[in-house]
Design a protein around this ligand. Structure first.
Ligand code: SAM
Length: 280
């Protein structure tokens, strides 16, 4: 029995189901259920919400989310070996856990969920970043989710909350802060995971805003900032040459000096530029 529910401790679950961690799937498991419950609490009041969890693994965070009262958890896990362990959790929480065995990058979870929906995950960072960008850039806003509570490498978490003028400032900061309120809510050392990763980790909480802070088309803003920060040491008139042939005029119309570098340009200015790029 564990501290938060009547299921076996995670070390035993891992031994019983032969869940040796696989590097290829980015498997660094959280085995301390008090810690996973603490992470679940960062997602806010879950009692009226469905929670989408990506990459549950042996189910540490899943159990945290359920013991903290989530109305329902939909868990998408790529590793087939984890499914029997997750099925045991589903039995302990009748009708509250649905597990899908598959790749979260390919599955549309919406038909399995009822709003309001929150998202929580401890994912390999490359999959996490790709999903984060997708969740932040739908054409219409507000999105299907109310909040995202996501574990990242500390360095990636810092990129999400970074401000202009800092080395960490870039595409992730702009896309996250444009449509959400983003903050780092927990820091975790490598020793919190089994096996321990090489770097520190952090949990980021993003709350979706009713509407974006400034008007812009998501696809255009995304394209403009990707080009601007791809060559972040270059002046914008050079790095953005491929975005529009008359980019200098469009930069000036947006109130940005063509000799400026991406790092110095605010979110508001990038949105103004995206609108100018879309202007006929
Ligand atoms: N949530 C568990 C925990 O905190 O202990 C496991 C975290 S481990 C860092 C990442 C998990 O994501 C693994 O279980 C891995 O199999 C799963 N995973 C990796 N890529 C995935 C993908 N594309 N779709 C769904 N799950 C994935």
């Amino acid at each position: 029995m564990s501290a938060i529910d009547d299921l076996p401790p995670l070390r035993q679950v891992i031994a019983d189901h032969g869940l040796s961690a696989r590097k290829s799937l980015g498997q660094n498991f959280l085995l301390d259920l008090n810690l996973t419950a603490k992470i679940a609490r960062q997602a806010g009041d879950l009692s009226e919400c469905d929670v989408l969890e990506i990459g549950p693994g042996p189910g540490g965070l899943t159990r945290g989310l359920l013991s903290e009262g989530a109305r329902k958890v939909l868990a998408i896990e790529k590793d087939t070996r984890c499914i029997p362990a997750l099925s045991e959790i589903a039995v302990a929480y009748p009708g509250r856990l649905e597990v899908i065995n598959g790749d979260a990058l390919e599955i549309d979870p919406l038909s399995h969920l009822t709003p309001p929906i929150r998202i929580a995950a401890n994912l390999p960072y490359n999959v996490g970043t790709e999903l984060l960008v997708r969740w932040l850039t739908p054409k219409e806003w507000p999105p299907f989710w109310q909040s995202l509570t996501l574990m990242f490498q500390r360095e990636v978490a810092e990129r999400i909350v970074a401000q202009p003028g800092s080395k960490a400032y870039g595409r992730l900061a702009i896309l996250a802060q444009w449509r959400a309120e983003a903050k780092i809510v927990l820091s975790l050392p490598p020793g919190a995971f089994t096996p321990p990763p090489k770097v520190n980790s952090a949990v980021v909480h993003l709350k979706s805003l009713e509407k974006p802070r400034f008007e812009a088309e998501a696809a255009t803003l995304s394209r403009v900032v990707a080009a601007a920060f791809n060559q972040r040491r270059k002046m914008l008139r050079a790095s953005l040459k491929g975005v529009a042939p008359d980019i200098e005029d469009r930069l000036l119309a947006a109130g940005i000096k063509p000799t400026e570098r991406a790092e110095q340009v605010s979110l508001e200015e990038f949105c103004a530029l995206a609108r100018q790029v879309d202007a006929i």
